[in-house]
Unconditional design. Structure first.
Length: 257
């Protein structure tokens, strides 16, 4: 059973958080989208936030199946899905294996390619550190790439809040998530198969997922629109929520229009 928030009425929009975060990261989007007439559902993935860890090994397929089960529980046949970073990896798996449950897709500061060998080795080593009693290394590593360079001085409270979320992430979920990301499928060559309305959002100063990945996603998806959040890093939805929210609303309004 996943912990989740369910706010508003209208077209269902499910937002999937990134690693090593939780559903709290979507607070500005929940307010803006629900006020605009959308039903916004934000789950904690298994092992993150308030959701219990998986009993078996975590995979993108397992995460996706739990989300589909949540839709069944809520009586929703089809939704617009948005995935940030690791949430985008889950979204690709959803499109691959549960296409009928997807009305449209929003790829938010994420990528379609899998890790290279060096990236996989880094995740393996970091997961081992977490299992060995050093979960704080995850926050230390990710803090360096989550924000645009100026955010720490301009929005110190935001940086502190995100660091607190990471520090409170349960260790089993962290190590499981690292291994799930390490072992994920590369979807770059398969993007043309996902022929549905799609929004790709990149951030101008993203150190974790540089803009080239957003461009590759937008080029590969048959019905994609690319938008760039200027002056923001990987946490673009929190660093510049006004612009980010408007981009999402413009896309959702076009879907319904």
């Amino acid at each position: 059973m996943l912990a989740y928030d369910d706010c508003g009425t209208g077209l269902p929009v499910v937002l999937i958080h990134g690693f090593p975060l939780n559903r709290q990261m979507w607070q500005p989007q929940v307010t803006a989208l629900s006020t605009a007439g959308y039903r916004v559902i934000c789950p904690d993935l298994p092992g993150f936030g308030q959701s219990p860890s998986l009993a078996s090994a975590a995979t993108m397929s397992a995460y996706a199946d739990f989300l589909v089960d949540l839709l069944d529980q809520l009586g929703i046949d089809c939704a617009v899905w948005g995935g940030m970073s690791m949430g985008g990896y889950v979204l690709l798996n959803l499109l691959d294996r549960h296409r009928s449950r997807c009305r449209a897709a929003m790829f938010l500061v994420t990528r379609a390619s899998a890790d290279d060998a060096a990236g996989r080795d880094k995740r393996t080593a970091l997961a081992a550190e977490v299992d060995g009693g050093n979960p704080q290394l995850v926050g230390n590593n990710f803090s360096q790439v989550l924000f645009a360079p100026q955010t720490s001085s301009e929005q110190p409270e935001l940086v502190e809040r995100v660091q607190d979320w990471m520090a409170n992430s349960p260790s089993p979920g962290l190590s499981a998530g690292l291994r799930a990301m390490r072992d994920r499928i590369d979807y770059l060559e398969r993007l043309p198969e996902f022929d549905l309305p799609a929004l790709v959002v990149g951030a101008e100063q993203d150190l974790a997922v540089p803009m080239e990945h957003a461009r590759l996603l937008a080029a590969g998806l048959p019905q994609a629109t690319l938008e760039v959040i200027a002056g923001a890093g990987h946490m673009a939805n929190l660093e510049n929520p006004g612009h980010f929210n408007q981009v999402l609303l413009d896309f959702l309004n076009r879907l319904e229009g």
